[in-house]
Design a protein around this ligand. Structure first.
Ligand code: GLY
Length: 343
């Protein structure tokens, strides 16, 4: 297994589950395993291995997807953990996609003012982004409005499991992997452009994890460069809210728009490469039939505005991100490049 450190987490990238399955701790230990409804075979496998390591386990099923990320669900998990007797030296484990690990991390970071979290991401998006870096949260009036930064002690990524994912879930994760390449690893962009969805997942995951780990190590609270990880997400989020596109598809469109703006403001000259990498990954580079006025409205009310415009992550070159305030005229050029012209 390859081991990458990200702030206070160890990220293990390999095939199969690690041995021991949980980071060792002295004494008696209880573990609450949070997972998608089912429970998933992977959660049962983690529980069986942990029990063989003399750990007491309770598997707690969560609602599917973002339905898991509410204060009500968190409260029901706290109650289940109280009944099971999860104490200070115990552990909350998240086995699933980004919503499971976001909720598991939130519960771990707040239960008894913080107990150990360990994550087993089961989606590519979780493995390259959501499970790493300690961001946790639940949705309230907006996405992730309540949360803590709580670094898991371990994130264990099983490439064998990821290789069995259906194509739509692979594409989702590949969008974030390409983002990692664009902000921190030009060679990863090349791999994705040449091989698309056939790109070797061990290399894609390891390279993406290294980019994110390096950024999170330097700035885990997002006071500065962690914002680079939001490349493509400003316009991407607006597209996601205004359309039925998935997160990965919306970020793909957002990255094309951000590349166009980067070329207008900073002379970025690799927009074609980004478009062709996205096409190879079967991700969209423009949107059809979308309510462009709604996208503009969402961008007008984006929190990241200052007196000069909208603060966005742009690229000077592959692997060379920067943050700039972008005025309306350039935003319009970015929107036009993805089929969202005014009128
Ligand atoms: N997904 C962006 C970040 O973790 O900062």
């Amino acid at each position: 297994m390859e081991r990458v450190s990200a702030a206070s987490s160890e990220v293990l990238v390999g095939r199969g589950l690690p041995t021991p399955v949980l980071p060792p701790r002295p004494g008696r230990r209880r573990v609450a395993i949070l997972t998608q409804p089912g429970p998933t075979p992977r959660a049962l496998e983690v529980a069986a291995l942990a029990r063989a390591e003399e750990v007491e386990c309770e598997v707690i099923g969560l609602p599917d997807r973002d339905e898991a990320k509410t204060l009500e669900v968190a409260a029901s998990v706290y109650e289940a953990m109280a009944r099971f007797g999860v104490a200070r030296g115990d552990t909350v484990v998240g086995v699933g996609g980004g919503s499971v690990t976001d909720l598991a991390g939130f519960v771990a970071g707040t239960w008894l003012r913080g107990v150990e979290a360990v994550h087993f991401p089961t989606t590519l998006l979780g493995a390259v982004d959501a499970a790493i870096g300690g961001k946790t949260g639940v949705n309230l009036a907006g996405k992730n409005l309540v949360g803590v930064i709580w670094h898991p002690t371990r994130v264990a990524i099983d490439i064998d499991l990821l290789e069995q994912l259906p194509v739509p879930l692979l594409r989702e994760g590949m969008a974030e992997a390409l983002k990692a390449g664009l902000v921190g690893d030009p060679e990863l962009c090349q791999v994705l452009m040449e091989s698309g969805l056939e790109a070797p997942l061990d290399e894609v995951v390891l390279r993406s994890v290294r980019v994110k780990a390096g950024i999170v190590d330097a700035d885990d609270r997002e006071r500065g460069i962690r914002a680079y990880l939001n490349f493509g997400h400003t316009i991407g989020h607006a597209v996601e809210y205004a359309s039925s596109l998935s997160h990965g598809e919306s970020v793909a469109v957002g990255m094309v728009a951000a590349c166009e703006i980067s070329s207008r403001i900073l002379g970025f000259g690799r927009g074609d490469l980004v478009r062709s990498a996205l096409a190879t990954l079967d991700l969209p580079t423009h949107v059809d039939g979308l309510d462009a006025a709604r996208v503009r409205d969402l961008l007008r009310h984006d929190k990241k505005r200052d007196e000069h415009g909208l603060r966005m992550v742009l690229l000077e070159d592959l692997g060379a991100p920067t943050i700039r305030s972008v005025g309306t005229e350039e935003i319009e050029m970015g929107l036009a490049a993805v089929g969202l012209s005014a009128g």
